[in-house]
Design a protein around this ligand. Structure first.
Ligand SMILES: Nc1ncnc2c1ncn2[C@@H]1O[C@H](COP(=O)(O)OP(=O)(O)O)[C@@H](O)[C@H]1O
Ligand SMILES: [Mg+2]
Length: 264
């Protein structure tokens, strides 16, 4: 098995899928030449051992997401959407199969490399923002940069730029706990992207917002996706928003099926 070196990850140079003999994305009209596959799942298995026995969520799941795609995943509560997203972001471990994210084979990463991968290659946005309420918007956004050893001055400079990008330049010094729900979600988007990831993973990012605010936050995600050349996987219950993604898949009974955005 080929693996990706820690130095390559530290340098922000993800290993190429082509260097790994196991990496064989299916040819698909959805992935025209020139758009490399950035997120890939192969024969994924996930099971939980519960008090009531074995719960098999995925048995043999495959997925490819090409660079620049914005993929919406819809499906009933309990279908396994969050679990799938966690495995794409190296926050949970598959029971079998392979996950490649930002073209990195996650199975090959040591715990230290996985931490570096999470800090550099992926931005996460959750339904609940998980900001630290007593810290300012600026401090919250700077935190992933401070965690990887940037100086306070560098981290705060980048954080301020990102708060401007999400149109919160006038809220830099506000404590996160004092911001509105929509503003908090915009801060969490800035925190997700401040590290310069290739991939954005969002789990019900507008699920806790009213319709108007949800629309505004989703529009911002769309703009960040395009401006920063992201590859995005967005779990959402909101069919109107899912329709705006270039591609929609439904997760049901452990299977992912393409859905026409018009009929979501
Ligand atoms: N740590 C765990 N142990 C046992 N079962 C779990 C665990 N995490 C999730 N599950 C179960 O897996 C299923 C899928 O959960 P989840 O991925 O959160 O679904 P979704 O995000 O689609 O609502 C649910 O039935 C849930 O109860
Ligand atoms: Mg969920």
């Amino acid at each position: 098995m080929n693996s990706v070196s820690a130095s390559a990850i530290q340098a922000g140079q993800p290993g190429t899928p082509g260097s790994n003999p196991a990496w064989q994305p299916a040819a698909s009209p959805l992935h025209p030449p020139g758009h490399p596959i950035v997120v890939s799942v192969r024969s994924l298995r996930k099971e939980y051992l519960t008090g009531r026995g074995r719960l098999v969520l995925f048995d043999d799941l495959d997925l490819d997401v090409a660079e620049g795609e914005m993929l919406a995943i819809v499906g009933q509560s309990g279908a396994g959407k969050s679990t799938l997203l966690h495995m794409l972001g190296a926050l949970d471990t598959p029971s079998g199969g392979d996950v490649y994210c930002a073209s990195i084979q996650l199975r090959s990463l040591s715990p230290r490399q996985a931490a570096s991968f999470r800090n550099r290659e992926v931005g996460y946005v959750w339904q609940f923002h998980y900001l630290l309420p007593e810290f300012t918007a600026l401090e919250n956004v700077a935190m992933p940069l401070l965690a990887r050893g940037e100086t306070k001055a560098e981290a705060f400079r980048s954080a301020e730029q990102w708060l401007n990008e999400v149109e919160l330049g006038d809220r830099v010094g506000h404590r996160a706990g004092e911001l509105s729900g929509g503003e908090q979600q915009r801060v969490s988007l800035a925190r997700a992207l401040v590290t310069g990831p290739r991939v954005l993973l969002a789990d019900e990012p507008t699920g806790d917002l009213d319709n108007r605010t949800a629309e505004m936050v989703f529009s911002l995600i769309e703009r960040m996706h395009t401006t920063h050349h992201l590859t995005s996987v967005i779990v959402t219950h909101n069919t109107a928003l899912a329709r705006r993604c270039g591609r929609v898949m439904r997760l049901e009974k452990g299977r992912l099926e393409e859905v026409s955005p018009q009929v979501v």
